[in-house]
Design a protein around this ligand. Structure first.
Ligand code: ARG
Length: 573
């Protein structure tokens, strides 16, 4: 264990046990960063009442019981314990981290984690909200995988439902070939809107569209063929976006709504027989406790409409059952827009009633906040259409070209650096704010080379690479010992020790922004180290080696961290 906060927590817990009895050794020692020391423990204040002593007395008892060894401790204020780690301890831990292939990232007992993310709708176009669920979900998938979990990606594509009646008729009107070409080119949104307009204004078309729905549901061969083509060509477009972004989703991860179609009747039967679902006004409903609508009436989750049709909630319930029973999920993460919060709360509550979700198999909604335009409204183009993602990503690359310095790269090198920087900027902007907050999509801000941005971190990483290039040193061959002379060296080393714990917390809490903030702090600590401590020009050979070691460790932490965020780093920038 190298994370300083965890090490200190353990020590203070030992002291709690020694001073007040073993029953106190499980207490949270409340370790926080401190202005006056490396960390402070606030537990004396929270325990004082229970122990019937003053906080300062409690703090003194803890200091007396603390195995200080390589940490120094001081009581301050009303009873804070100020904790400062010894330089020797930090240096040894940092050298150990450098020799550790996993740079401190633990491998806890593996879990099966199903991650439902991206999930665009084939009936409409992929919009910028899907971009965010895709990016956040992909980071969670990469992080769990890195921790050793068995990750099953599930792209819950919206590929089924009544709109396909209308879309198939429109496809026939436009002509099969032309329609499919347009869908593969990402024109799905306009295609959908045309169909919708016709449906609303042309009774003849509306009638045809309505007749098409039972044909699709009944498995009519010709209709199914058209539907399959429709989905396939739309998927080509989604795949292009995934490829542009460097996202790990493949066709094997597609588990769209249509996949659950054959399971819906049975899922409903099971819910009805177990008494979880009841018939109400002709519809089969679950009334999960605690959900009320107008007039405090119990709110139904409708799983089979009175006409026998199934909906979005039915599919999600069948999907939970499948994910728990067949995929053997321990944990299911739904990376989906925050606007669907009530839906998921009710679906999860119903699945718990059914015994599908338990303490051993849990589901969580990772709520994704909206992406806004500069006007503070949902992000759209000027004409009001939602933005075509391939074009948006293309624009990021073009703008990135203007940001990267001119170092005489040839055109293709320039283009490839711009692609990495452009995609890094877009992804980092999504990941660095907490996933449930809204944020404004702003190319200038996300492409800035200073501040908490993707390009800043890419630049910081490329700069460390250039130190090794200039010194003709291979960073993978550098080793300790590490000597901590300057405050900036100490601050950097201390920061690097926390990497493993941050990665673990990203997986545990599903909060990628923690990793972003951490990497930003690392890059800043490195900058101040670099400004204050000559590396290649260090006079003393041992100091030079130590500084190279700190640089190599920083490089590895940044590269590994950015890789978990799905962000590539150009060799030079
Ligand atoms: N296709 C849906 C949408 O675009 C998201 C699906 C999320 N996943 C799920 N299991 N419901 O809003």
């Amino acid at each position: 264990m190298t994370d300083p906060q965890l090490v200190l927590a353990e020590r203070v817990q030992q002291a709690l046990g020694t001073a007040f009895g073993q029953e106190y050794s499980g207490e949270d020692p409340l370790i926080r960063p401190s202005q006056f020391a490396d960390y402070q423990a606030n537990v004396a204040l929270s325990l004082a009442k229970r122990l019937r002593r003053t906080p300062r007395e409690v703090a003194q008892a803890l200091v007396d019981a603390l195995d200080t060894g390589d940490i120094s401790v001081e009581i301050s204020g009303p009873g804070f314990l100020n904790l400062t780690l010894g330089d020797g301890w930090i240096a040894t831990q940092a050298a150990r981290l450098l020799a550790d292939e996993r740079i401190g990232v633990p491998q806890p007992a593996p879990k099966t984690v199903v991650i439902d993310y991206s999930a665009p709708n084939a009936a409409k176009e992929m919009h910028v909200g899907h971009l965010r669920t895709t990016i956040v979900g992909d980071t969670l998938a990469r992080t769990h995988e890195h921790l050793g979990d068995h990750v099953i990606r599930q792209n819950h594509l919206g590929d089924w439902g009544t709109p396909f009646g209308m879309l198939i008729e429109h496809l026939l009107d436009v002509g099969e070939e032309e329609s499919l070409e347009r869908l593969a080119a990402g024109d799905g949104n306009a295609f959908y809107q045309e169909a919708r307009r016709k449906f609303d204004s042309d009774p003849d078309f509306e009638a045809r569209a309505r007749l098409r729905v039972p044909l699709l549901q009944g498995g009519d061969a010709d209709t199914l063929r058209l539907w399959r083509e429709f989905i396939e060509y739309t998927q080509r477009y989604f795949n292009r976006v995934y490829h542009q972004l460097g996202v790990t989703l493949t066709d094997d991860d597609i588990a769209g709504e249509s996949m659950y179609n054959p399971m819906l009747a049975d899922a409903c039967d099971e819910l009805e027989h177990s008494g979880v679902a009841v018939i109400s006004e002709g519809a089969l409903c679950v009334f999960p406790p605690g959900f009320t609508g107008r007039d405090d009436q119990p709110l139904p989750l409708i799983i089979r409409k009175s006409d026998g049709g199934y909906g979005y909630a039915t599919t999600d319930l069948a999907a939970i059952r499948y994910r728990v029973r067949d995929l053997k999920a321990d944990r299911i993460l739904y990376v989906v827009g925050a606007t669907q919060s009530l839906h998921f709360q009710m679906v999860f509550a119903s699945a718990r009633l059914a015994g599908w979700l338990t303490d051993e198999a849990s589901a969580e909604h990772i709520q994704i906040g909206s992406v806004l335009g500069s006007d503070g409204k949902m992000f759209k183009t000027r004409s009001g259409e939602s933005v075509k993602l391939t074009e948006l990503l293309e624009e990021a690359v073009i703008r990135a070209e203007a940001v990267i310095a001119d170092r005489g790269y040839d055109a293709s090198a320039r283009r490839s650096i711009a692609r990495q920087v452009g995609m890094g900027a877009v992804k980092y902007a999504d990941l660095s704010v907490s996933h449930d907050s809204e944020y404004v999509f702003d190319f200038d801000r996300m492409l800035a080379l200073t501040g908490n941005t993707g390009p800043y971190l890419q630049y910081a990483t490329a700069r460390i690479r250039s130190i090794f290039r200039n010194g003709s040193v291979d960073p993978s061959t550098v080793s300790g010992p590490i000597i901590l002379g300057e405050p900036a060296e100490r601050a950097l080393a201390l920061q690097l020790l926390g990497f493993g714990a941050v990665v673990e917390s990203v997986a545990e809490l599903s909060e990628p922004h923690r990793l972003c903030n951490y990497l930003f702090d690392v890059a800043q600590a490195f900058t101040s180290f670099y400004e204050n401590c000559p590396v290649l020009k260090a006079e003393d050979e041992a100091v030079r080696q130590s500084r190279l070691a700190l640089s190599a460790l920083t490089l590895r932490v940044l590269l590994q961290g950015l890789d978990l965020l799905g962000i590539e780093v150009p060799e030079r920038m």
